[in-house]
Structure formats: structure tokens, C-alpha cells
Write a protein that binds this ligand. Structure first.
Ligand code: GDP
Length: 226
């Protein structure tokens, strides 16, 4: 379970991501897939990731410190500027990263290419990245753009899991079929399937399994580095 979640920074440049050794988990998917709603559900903070914000505002790598402590600055003296709070990680802290949606239909070609470069650099060079969560809408058949992105992740050796969103919009059987269809599409090029989660931010389901998965990896990292 997540105790606290604080937004700490945004950047367009992977080199300007927080300097930290905390494990990092990044969420990505096409716009409108339900990414902000999922992040808000996981952190139990309704306004944390901006739901349905304008594309221009979502072209950033956003970091959220999980299970950290916020330290309020001392009260400013007369004439002094108010300082910003700082954040202190705890033993079980990690970073949740909100990546921009790829393949924005509304963005121009130049912007789309810059976005692609930024996402690729983050995936390839962010050493703290433990796993990506690729979000796909559980109602739709596997989409080329998502499959191509996963293919690229696989080729580059970037670990990822798949999150099927908006599960409440389908009946239980239909959801199962759609996930099976997805597995079939992946098995055309993959020998092993990535971990998969079905979630609904509407019904608040699937979040605990996803967080248990993250916590399990963090626990392994902690015990192996002692
Ligand atoms: P983002 O663009 O990927 O961040 O997507 P948002 O979180 O803004 O969600 C896009 C739309 O889908 C909004 O209208 C949400 O209310 C809706 N939505 C997101 N998650 C769910 C879900 O689990 N169930 C249902 N029924 N609607 C959802």
C-alpha cells in the first residue's frame, strides 16, 4: 500500500530526472488510456496525475516520490521568499514516473519525433528504471502502435508489464477473451509473456495486485543489496 505520494519534478530531459538511487516504475500508454486515473487510484490521491489534461501539458517526464516524507521549509522571515518543501525518501520509497502518451494524433510530426526520442532515451538510459507498465485499453483489440512499442522494449531488453485498463467496461468473460487475444498476438513474436494486470479505476480493482508486484521487486532489490 502507498502511504504518501508527492509530485517532485517534471522534465523533458532524462539527464534532469531526480538524482537518486531509488527504484523507479514508469507508466506509459496512448493518451486517454486511463493512465492518470490509474496513478490517482494507486496513490489514492484524486488530483495527483491530471486526468484528461491537455496534450501540451503532458509532454513531460513527471516524477512522484512514493512513501517519502515532506519537510516543510522554515517560515520565511519578513522580506524573505517562501521556500519550497523538500522530500526525504524512506527505506521503502520508490519513484512512480508518469511518462507522456506516445503517438499523439494531435501533435505535429516534429513534436511526435521529439517525444519519441525523449521516451526512448528515458527507457534506455534511466538506470534506476526497474520496470515499465504499458497501459492498453482492455476493450480494444491489440493495436499496432502498442505492439510495436512492446517489440522495441523487448529488443532493447527493457523490462515491462502490461496493464489492461477500464476493465469495468467489459464483462468478466469478455475481459478474459480480450486478454487471451492479446497473449496470442504477443506469442506470434515472443516466447515468454510479460506480467499482466487488469485494472479499473472506476471500480478500484487491480491496483493492489499491481502494487504487490512492485513491492515484491523492491523487497528483492533491498535484500540483495544488503
Ligand atoms: P489518460 O489520458 O491516459 O491520463 O487518461 P485519463 O485517466 O484522463 O482517462 C481518460 C478517460 O477515461 C476519462 O474520461 C476517465 O474518466 C476514463 N477512465 C479512466 N479509467 C477508467 C476506468 O477504469 N473505467 C472507466 N469506466 N473509465 C475510465
Amino acid at each position: 500500500m502507498i502511504r504518501t505520494a508527492y509530485y517532485t519534478s517534471s522534465t523533458t530531459d532524462v539527464a534532469h530526472c531526480p538524482k537518486s538511487t531509488l527504484p523507479e516504475y514508469a507508466f506509459i500508454g496512448r493518451s486517454n488510456v486511463g493512465k492518470s486515473s490509474l496513478i490517482n487510484m494507486l496513490t489514492r490521491q484524486d488530483g495527483l496525475a491530471k486526468t484528461s489534461s491537455k496534450p501540451g501539458k503532458t509532454l513531460l517526464i513527471n516524477h512522484f516520490l512514493i512513501n517519502g516524507t515532506m519537510i516543510e521549509p522554515p517560515r520565511p522571515k519578513a522580506g524573505e521568499r517562501k521556500q519550497k518543501p523538500t522530500f526525504q525518501p524512506q527505506a521503502d520509497s520508490w519513484y512512480l514516473v508518469d511518462l507522456p502518451g506516445y503517438g499523439f494524433a494531435r501533435a505535429g510530426q516534429t513534436q511526435r519525433e521529439a517525444l519519441k526520442r525523449m521516451i526512448e532515451s528515458y527507457c534506455l538510459y534511466r538506470e534506476q528504471l526497474v520496470s515499465l507498465f504499458v497501459l492498453v485499453d482492455s476493450r480494444h483489440a491489440p493495436q499496432k502502435i502498442d505492439l510495436e512499442f512492446m517489440q522495441w522494449l523487448g529488443e532493447q531488453g527493457v523490462p515491462f508489464a502490461i496493464v489492461f485498463t477500464k476493465a469495468d467496461k467489459l464483462g468478466r468473460e469478455r475481459l478474459k477473451w480480450n486478454i487471451e487475444d492479446y497473449k496470442k498476438a504477443l506469442l506470434e513474436t515472443w516466447e515468454q509473456l510479460p506480467p499482466m494486470f487488469a485494472t479499473s479505476s472506476e471500480d478500484k480493482t487491480g491496483g493492489e495486485e499491481l502494487l504487490a508486484y512492485i513491492e515484491g521487486i523492491n523487497e528483492e532489490v533491498r535484500t540483495s543489496s544488503v
